[in-house]
Design a protein around this ligand. Sequence first.
Ligand code: SF4
Length: 242
Amino acid sequence: MENKPDKGAPVFFGGLQKNSLIDYPGKISCVLFFSGCNFSCPYCHNPDLALGRAHTQQQVPEEAAFDFLTRRRGLLQGVVLTGGEACLNPHLSRICRRIKALGYPVKLDTNGSRPKVLTALLAEHLIDYVAMDIKTTPGAYFPTLRPIDRPQDIEASIDILLAADIDTEFRTTCAAPLVNATVIEAIARRIQGARCYALQPCLTQDALDPAFFTTHPDQPTREDLAAFQRIAAPFVKSCLVR
Ligand code: SF4
């Protein structure tokens, strides 16, 4: 099926990573970055994208990205849409449609703040894999991570993905003091039965808010993550440390 341009203003991606072996589990993928985010996680390691700037100082026009995807058919096995927060972009469903029309499975990374977008994408079978960050217990996002306090959005997205009939994963960047053993257990209980729960270390370089690590210099170690894994594992089908 040929991929004809849809109606609507073209999108400028905040970046394009041509090859990745790690962003779409089990697939060689290309990563398209959306610029802009409604969160302000102090440890965000894509601060340019979070602040709405291009990832590589050079935006990628939609047609250039799709020319690339068209040429790579048969070589790439999937496309990852990440950010920033892709679900904020009003053209996301159209972009997914174009990617699917080229025959690629689509993985979406999201912070879970737009449950209605997830519902619409799932209803139209436009996404094949969703990875949702759960950054701490939903009631504790405000004000460190998010200027608007709407824990119900996070809760709704969790429920949508727990019920979804596609590959899903939840993941937590283990940043103190947002995350500790008690928080990990609460999250694991909340996502009980989830297919996959991934725990990620908090990287301090190139962070959105370097001052956060001056105030909170003691971040969880690899040993701490292994202990968190032991706490969470009984609640989910698979718990891994990245
Ligand atoms: S870590 Fe993700 S959700 Fe948080 S500010 Fe960065 S892009 Fe946004």
